[in-house]
Design a protein around this ligand. Structure first.
Ligand code: C2E
Ligand code: CA
Ligand code: CA
Length: 593
């Protein structure tokens, strides 16, 4: 029988019809047991009753209220036969709906599964009828088939449920959600459709400190609250993954209304959850996106809501963000970058620009910093900010970093061949991800050997973020780099986590003062002056070189000299320039200042 949950009723009715015809009886029915509700449920009947009262008194009958026949459904294990008998008057009346017929004869055959009575098959003849041994045996065989069919349908339903629901919370899963949004975005549907991506803030910490069982209970509670919010509306709430939920609001929904709903949800989520003796409260980052039926796809809408939630999260969490046109442009760029970056690294569309660093007093070039650019086929020359973050998120930071390191070392080797007396170092930026990559120091050592560069000619620039992220690992890496003779500078100093206390123990050679502090120097901004002054004092105390970034004006240059900082880079001296232009500057060795 090729039957599933959707068509099973028809199949049951067809079996019942054949029984009615074959046995020459008047009415037959099939009932199944609901063990949880302790009731017997009408599954199918034949022929259909002429008029069914609403509510149908035969549809659901609790065992505790049942008459003697329906009571059998709970425990019957062998067929039972009833012949006309005043005791069954009650049942007769209910079945015949007052048709005026006087007496019935009936056999009831149990449906059994694993020794349990799962339902009954009932066959009724108006007037008297006897039931032969063979007939009852045949009915038992049919009941066995029906019972098999039922368990298969239940199993299929469970599978279907499992395929569309999340195990832990029983909420619809991504598949079911995508289907729902897909339907809602049909051209015939009203829009806009509001999709809300909900990301619980700092759930990991909860799992870490209270254990996963507590984390699971917390998630279930949140799921219940969201379920209550959606209630019986045409909306849906689904769980996407660990701490991510999505609510699709019912009906067409403006940004204003959706934002209001998001606030209600945010409050519902934030209300404390009791876990044993702890009362835990977690906020959420909520992203909203809106789809127009016929114009957007479910996948796009989900991605946009996700992206908006990320913006809310980056802003510190506990916030609601709407997907905007700006994010749209941004996301197109990111997608594009993701797709083409690997090719760019393997091919030749990446280039290095070089920005000289000068001695503020003599104008002599003391170093150059390698700054990567991407000659994108359609978007022009992209700055690092357009693709380095993507590289870091997509595991390409290592490859990109190796490319930069190799190219920078090779260029320095070329220049040294061209200008034997050249006395500069090459500065290379290292991303935080790259610094903790396995084999990083080996990569550096290999580049030095391959291009015959002495360690002290290479200076790696790392950020404060990288240093504090994994202090013990950074310390080991920096020691190993020092053994190679390679220099290390802390980039963008002053903007980060002020790892001042760590400076003492880390083998670092230089600090680069972030250009945010340098730009306004000499303009009378005393705050910046004080900061730069103290950074310089600090560098002196630790015996570190100090380099100022972003020097754009003579007054900034003058102020730095007065403060005792003698090395700097900035547009005042030179912008980052191509390899050839950099070589031309190096031939001059000195920059007019
Ligand atoms: P950074 O290491 O602080 O590099 C200096 C940035 O400041 C460069 O931007 C440079 O063009 C800019 N700059 C230099 N002087 C001035 C000035 O006087 N005024 C102003 N307004 N800006 C100035 P760029 O090339 O866009 O690089 C941005 C950042 O991207 C770099 O900041 C660095 O953190 C990162 N980066 C660049 N190349 C690489 C690389 O190869 N690997 C990694 N991991 N990061 C890189
Ligand atoms: Ca740098
Ligand atoms: Ca910098």
């Amino acid at each position: 029988m090729g039957v599933d949950a959707a068509t099973v009723r028809e199949a049951y009715e067809s079996v019942l019809r054949q029984l009615v015809d074959h046995l020459g009886i008047d009415f037959s029915f099939l009932r199944h047991n609901d063990f949880e509700a302790r009731a017997t449920l009408l599954t199918a009947e034949w022929p259909p009753r002429l008029s069914v009262p609403d509510p149908d008194p035969l549809a659901v009958v609790k065992f505790e209220d049942a008459d003697s026949v329906f009571k059998l459904a709970e425990t019957l294990t062998e067929p039972a036969v009833f012949r006309p008998n005043p005791e069954q008057e009650g049942y007769r009346l209910r079945v015949e709906q007052g048709s005026g017929l006087s007496a019935t004869s009936m056999s009831v055959v149990p449906l059994l599964h694993s020794g349990r009575t799962t339902g009954i098959l009932g066959l009724i003849k108006v007037g008297d009828r006897s039931w032969s041994e063979e007939e009852l045996n045949a009915l038992k065989a049919i009941a066995a088939l029906l019972s098999q069919l039922q368990s298969r349908v239940i199993a299929e339903e469970q599978l279907r449920f499992a395929a569309l629901h999340d195990d832990l919370t029983q909420l619809p899963n991504r598949t079911a959600l995508t289907q729902h949004i897909h339907n809602r975005l049909d051209v015939s549907m009203p829009g806009p459709v509001a999709v809300m991506h909900i990301d619980l803030d700092r759930l990991k910490a909860l799992n870490d400190f209270l254990g996963h069982a507590a984390g699971d209970r917390f998630l279930k509670t949140i799921a219940d609250r969201l379920r209550t919010f959606v209630g019986t509306t045409a909306g849906i709430v689904a769980r996407l993954s660990g701490d991510e939920f999505v609510v699709v609001l019912a009906g067409p929904c403006s940004a204003r209304v959706a934002t209001h709903h998001a606030e209600v949800i945010a409050d519902a989520i934030t209300a404390p959850v009791t876990l044993g003796v702890e009362r835990i409260s977690r906020s959420a980052s909520i992203g909203l996106a809106f789809g127009e039926p016929g114009r957007h796809t479910a996948e796009l809408l989900l991605r946009q809501a996700d992206q908006a939630a990320l913006v809310a999260k980056r802003a510190g969490g506990h916030d609601i963000a709407l997907f905007t046109d700006e994010m749209h442009a941004d996301s197109r760029l990111r997608n594009d970058v993701e797709i083409h970056l690997r090719d760019a690294i393997a091919g030749d569309s990446l280039t290095l620009y070089f920005q000289p660093e000068v001695d503020l007093v003599s104008g002599r070039v003391t170093a150059v910093e390698a700054l990567v650019r991407w000659q994108h086929p359609t978007r022009g020359l992209l700055p690092p900010s357009a693709f380095i973050p993507v590289a870091e998120e997509t595991n390409l930071a290592g490859e990109l970093g190796r490319w930069v390191l190799d190219r920078a070392c090779r260029t320095l080797a070329d220049w040294q061949r061209e200008i034997p007396e050249l006395d500069i170092s090459m500065r290379v930026n290292i991303s935080p991800v790259q610094l903790v990559t396995n084999g990083f120091v080996a990569t550096v050592a290999r580049a030095l050997t391959e291009f015959s560069i002495t360690g002290r000619r290479l200076c790696l620039e790392i950020t404060e973020v990288a240093v504090v992220q994994d202090l013990s690992r950074t310390r080991v890496t920096l020691r190993e780099l020092r053994e190679l003779g390679v220099q290390v500078a802390i980039d963008d100093f002053g903007t980060g986590y002020s790892s001042l206390s760590h400076l003492k123990e880390l083998p670092v050679d230089a600090l680069k003062i972030d250009r945010a502090f340098v730009a306004e120097l000499g303009n009378g901004a005393t705050g910046d002056l004080a900061i730069v002054q103290s950074i310089i004092g600090l560098a002196d105390a630790f015996g570190l070189n100090i380099i100022a970034e972003g020097v754009e004006t003579q007054s900034a240059r003058q102020t730095l000299i007065e403060l005792g900082c003698t090395r700097a880079q900035g547009f005042l001296f030179s912008k980052p320039v191509s390899t050839d232009a950099a070589l031309a500057i190096l031939h001059g060795v000195r920059i007019d200042i």
